[in-house]
Design a protein around this ligand. Structure first.
Ligand code: SF4
Ligand code: SF4
Length: 344
């Protein structure tokens, strides 16, 4: 495909996406009775085994396409705005393109979080054709090691192909904390993402309950350096992470279970990937009453939570919707340990 043609296609896809995003924002601002984003797990299996990860296995079968299509329709009826496919590794699902098409047919925005290993020029063209809106790849280090193989060295060629071929928005997420050896790697990854014309974000790795592991001094410095880039190039570095990077609790209202839903492979709604088990109600039975209840429910794990997608969605209602109910998904004794470790 020649470059002017590619540019034209990208422009028209970007325009269409922006129009749909604008609608979503307006609807979200006018009414709080619906989810803005849902994550769906089409397959729990992953082709990698990052040592910090508790979201994958190496044996699960893909969820049948018809089951996922039904879940997408249910989310559409709840007036969800965006469905993001996560895993495991969603590119292992044999019907991934049909799933993306089903999301778009239900008038929702379609996103995909992948480790990028299975991307090829042809696969990217297929994702273009299916109507994917967003893709995010997390890159953990420059060289693969025993913690993670999601490395710039392994994935750089794929990133170049993405830059040449993708019609959808691409974000590269780098991470700090959680045993990642060289914090400087996050800077290298972020710079490379910008060079290729992608947006870039930085995440702070959480423990198995979505809670903060305080950053070491050098990690904190790198985080602040990346923050300086933000004005020039980085699309979104999350403001809450300033408190988190400094080991302080952040003041926000988690709207998980309401504005954000996590749908596991069994079709249950959970608060998020790290608080599976709450409220763990079947999506089939999830109603606007559940959405309203969770909207006003304060989660005890919120002050030290690092789950960036839920933070971003929850900013939407930052100045409204006081929370008058309380749940404690993380046991109190564990919270005390986390607070002590963070020096709070
Ligand atoms: S690639 Fe993603 S899902 Fe797979 S093990 Fe690593 S962090 Fe987990
Ligand atoms: S505060 Fe919300 S997003 Fe964070 S771990 Fe708790 S339930 Fe999940």
């Amino acid at each position: 495909m020649d470059q002017p043609n590619l540019k034209g296609q990208r422009r028209s896809r970007t325009l269409s996406r922006r129009l749909r995003e604008a609608k979503l924002l307006m609807r979200g601002a006018m009414n709080t009775d619906h989810p803005i984003m849902a994550h769906i797990i089409p397959i729990r299996r992953c082709n990698l085994s990052c040592t910090y990860c508790n979201e994958y296995d190496n044996y699960s079968k893909p969820v049948p396409f018809e089951t996922i299509r039904h879940r997408i329709e249910l989310l559409g009826k709840l007036r969800t705005g965006v469905i993001t496919l996560s895993g495991g590794e969603p590119l292992l699902h044999p019907n991934l393109d049909d799933i993306i098409r089903a999301i778009r047919q239900n008038a929702l925005l379609a996103g995909l979080i992948t480790n990028g290993y299975l991307l090829t020029a042809r696969r990217i063209e297929e994702l273009n054709d299916a109507g994917l809106d967003y893709l995010q790849i997390s890159i953990d280090n420059v060289m693969p090691d025993d913690v993670s193989k999601k490395s710039l060295k392994v994935l750089d060629k794929k990133l170049e192909i993405l830059a040449e071929t993708a019609h959808f928005h691409v974000n590269i997420n780098s991470v700090l904390g959680g045993g990642i050896r060289n914090p400087e790697d996050a800077l290298t990854v972020g710079k490379r993402a910008m060079e290729l014309g992608f947006t870039s974000t930085v995440g702070i790795i959480h423990d198995g309950d979505g809670q903060l592991r305080p950053l070491a001094p050098r990690e904190r410095e790198v985080f602040l350096e990346m923050k300086k880039f933000e004005k020039k190039h980085f699309s979104r570095v999350n403001y809450f992470q300033h408190s988190i990077a400094n080991g302080l609790p952040s003041d926000w209202r988690c709207r998980a279970g309401s504005r954000y839903l996590y749908i596991c492979e069994d079709g249950l709604v959970h608060y998020c990937s790290q608080q599976r088990g709450f409220p763990a109600k079947a999506l089939e039975e999830y109603t606007v009453e559940d959405i309203r209840r969770e909207y006003i429910t304060q989660k005890s794990c919120a002050p030290f939570c690092t789950i960036s997608c839920v933070h971003q969605i929850s900013y939407f209602d930052f100045f409204r919707g006081k929370q008058t109910r309380m749940v404690e998904p993380v046991p109190e004794e564990q919270l005390v340990t986390i607070k002590r470790a963070a020096g709070a």
